[in-house]
Unconditional design. Sequence first.
Length: 57
Amino acid sequence: MSGLRNLPRFLAAGGGLAIEAGGNVLGAIGVSGGPGGEADEGCASAGIKAIAELIEF
């Protein structure tokens, strides 16, 4: 992954997850501000679960 940091407009950080439904990627969610990437990712996952019924095809 060391080569990725040289890409323009690219940031590798915890807390981001893809939003998928029906085998397609619909978008993504990013959360920041918690005490670490794992907490941010957990919050993002909870957000996806909260809307899962609305986005399933």
